[in-house]
Design a protein. Structure first.
Length: 159
């Protein structure tokens, strides 16, 4: 694959990933807000549980769509990819929860209404964990091993 094709492919992947990310965001924010409406709380551990539930549902959505659309050329459903996806999801969940809790705590110091603080914190957490997730998925989980193998074979033939 030429450098120009790689660049265009990367832009296309990021666009697809972003569109799917929009559906993930709707699930993530929607589930979090639904849980907060049904079970209002300010308890940090309960907020982490709610955030983790919402995030986990959005990750499931992300895997189903990204494996079949965004990274379908390099997604084989192999055990290595499933395990890699779970590992990146756990790391991204940690990033998401850390930012969500930290921003909520910061806003709590300024007396910002809880519903506003939760949603701003959630948005910030989603952006941070989504960026981390994209790069882990692209360069680790669905890395294009076929291209790597072709490059290795080409190099071996040149020797």
């Amino acid at each position: 694959m030429t450098e120009e094709k790689k660049r265009k492919s990367g832009i296309k992947q990021f666009f697809q990933f972003s569109v799917i990310g929009g559906s993930n965001a709707a699930i993530d924010i929607g589930v979090l807000n639904l849980l907060l409406i049904l079970f209002p709380t300010t308890d940090t551990l309960t907020l982490i549980l709610f955030n983790t539930t919402a995030y986990s549902l959005s990750v499931l959505n992300s895997y189903l769509w990204n494996a079949s659309i965004t990274f379908n050329r390099t997604s084989s459903g192999a055990k290595r990819q499933r395990v890699g996806f779970i590992i990146q999801a756990i790391i991204s969940l940690g990033v998401n929860n850390l930012i969500f809790v930290a921003i909520n705590a910061l806003f709590g110091l300024f007396g910002i209404p809880a519903w506003l603080a939760y949603n701003i914190a959630k948005g910030s957490a989603m952006v941070s964990s989504s960026l981390a997730s994209f790069f882990m998925i692209k360069y680790y989980v669905f890395k294009d091993y076929q291209i790597s193998l072709r490059k290795q074979n080409k190099a071996t033939k040149l020797r």
